[in-house]
Design a protein around this ligand. Structure first.
Ligand SMILES: O=C(O)c1[nH]c(=O)[nH]c(=O)c1I
Length: 311
């Protein structure tokens, strides 16, 4: 199922999905997402060929207006998720997120997905994990990302999207868009967490996360401005047929409305979903529907990408 087909004329209630990493690592979590009545799709935890414990704990910490995490790519391994897909009917599209520890691992998993005739799903290549010790966020190396995508699209013919880190310079929006526009991507998912932040407990004068001396990816409401800037900046630069999943800082219907104004086709929820639970989807959908009704909007297309600037 490629993203644009899947959401071509969906109603509001199908707009939302979990952010990868949130409530999507085990079969139990995936089943709960599958059976959650409101969300229109779901995404797996980014997977590696073999299962991984990830980084030592504590590796997640709730902040007043967000979260910081240094999970380190804990997941059950590629085969576990392939078995899950085989043994569960898909009441909603499941995006398979892959994040190899190396270019070779990325290619290995994508070859397996390409060669698996039973797999017709939408795949998302995560080029932005900030927490694997010693592994850079590939999407900050424009040349390496270009080389990887060139190799991937030489054999991968099924729908494929990319998970991007946030960029903080308009020239970087230009540069990554120039690379991505060369490839038949189904979508871009932006943003991943804001990498390598640090939180300190000043009472104990100590960091709050064990891995990497406390450095971790920052998410939640405090990253909403960065998320909106990246959704808008990439929407203005990417080919129309590359859809955008807006991720980052969504805590309510108004935040989702803002993401859609910037051009998001779908909106994923991470920190808020983790902290509040699966009922977040119902609440945020109701809030968004109320906003649309108040404004007289009948569908997402009435306002998607129609952000106004001050002339
Ligand atoms: O530490 C993680 O597992 C992680 N954490 C994030 O915030 N984003 C990611 O893409 C990943 I793969």
């Amino acid at each position: 199922v490629d993203l644009s087909a899947q959401i071509a004329n969906m109603s509001v209630k199908n707009l939302f999905l979990n952010a990868s990493g949130i409530h999507c690592q085990t079969e139990e979590e995936l089943d709960e997402l599958m059976n959650e009545p409101v969300s229109g799709a779901m995404v797996t935890k980014s997977m590696t060929p073999k299962s991984r414990f990830g980084n030592p704990l504590p590796r997640y910490y709730r902040l007043a207006n967000g979260s910081i995490n240094s999970m380190g790519l804990p997941n059950q391994g590629f085969d576990y998720y392939m078995d899950y897909l085989k043994n569960h009917d898909q009441k909603k599209p499941i995006i398979v997120s892959v994040a190899g520890m190396s270019k070779e691992e990325d290619l290995e998993m994508l070859h397996q997905l390409q060669d698996n005739d039973g797999y017709q799903g939408l795949t998302e290549l995560n080029l932005s994990c900030p927490n694997v010790i010693g592994k850079p966020q590939m999407a900050y190396d424009f040349e390496a990302a270009d080389d990887l995508l060139h190799e991937v699209f030489s054999f991968y013919k099924k729908p494929l999207g990319i998970k991007l880190p946030p960029y903080f310079d308009l020239v970087h929006f230009d540069m990554i868009a120039e690379v991505l526009n060369k490839y038949p991507l189904s979508h871009v998912n932006t943003i991943n967490s804001v990498g390598n932040g640090l939180w300190i407990d000043t009472n104990s004068e100590t960091v709050v996360l064990k891995p990497k001396g406390g450095f971790g990816g920052v998410g939640g409401s405090m990253v909403l401005p960065t998320a909106l800037g990246n959704v808008r900046g990439l929407r203005q630069r990417l080919n129309d047929d590359i859809k955008i999943i807006g991720t980052g800082g969504v805590t309510n219907g108004g935040d989702a409305f803002a993401h859609i104004l910037c051009g998001a086709e779908m909106v994923s929820i991470g920190t808020q979903l983790y902290e509040e639970g699966l009922t977040t989807f119902e609440r945020v959908t109701k809030e968004l529907t109320d906003i649309m009704e108040a404004k007289g909007y009948k569908s997402l297309d009435d306002f998607r990408g129609k952000l106004k600037v001050i002339e």
